[in-house]
Design a binder for this molecule. Sequence first.
Ligand SMILES: [Zn+2]
Length: 182
Amino acid sequence: MIEINYCIQCGAGVELRVPAGDNMPRHVCDACGTIQYQNPKIVAGCIPEWQGRILLCKRAIEPRYGLWTIPAGFMENRETVEQAAARETDEEAMARVEIAGLYGVYNIPHISQVYMIFRGDLVDGEFAPGPESLETALYSEEEIPWEEMAFPVVVRALQRYFEDRRRGMFEPFIDEIQPMKR
Ligand SMILES: [Zn+2]
């Protein structure tokens, strides 16, 4: 949970406690009664394919600067999750993508995130690094830089994607990412 000191509504100090009728500690403002809830974030991602290869982005931002990932990011208000996946592909790889379907859902409870990853086809095969990417490139399965991937969820999703593609069968699934063991 993120530490909160002040009320988002009136600016008074808040207290962390379980409100009446609730069962979880929340940041409560006694001055105006506002309760600031913290809930999981949805990350929308896309596995963009073009002629059998996958479009990856090399991150130009922290965390995991300089490592590779699929286009993905936090969903914005007032958009659908498919729109979010297509928008992230446009922003990070400057590529137009047609969403082909939900690939799978990854719960990551220890960081309170849910990844919703879609399959997508590049519309015209064009791409380029957006402001958040150092580089963008198409990779075949054999070429994927597995040792330089930014996030475990992306490694897991891509490995499964190639297996599913070999079998010729994509069925939406739900999986879970555990904390990394040290
Ligand atoms: Zn308040």
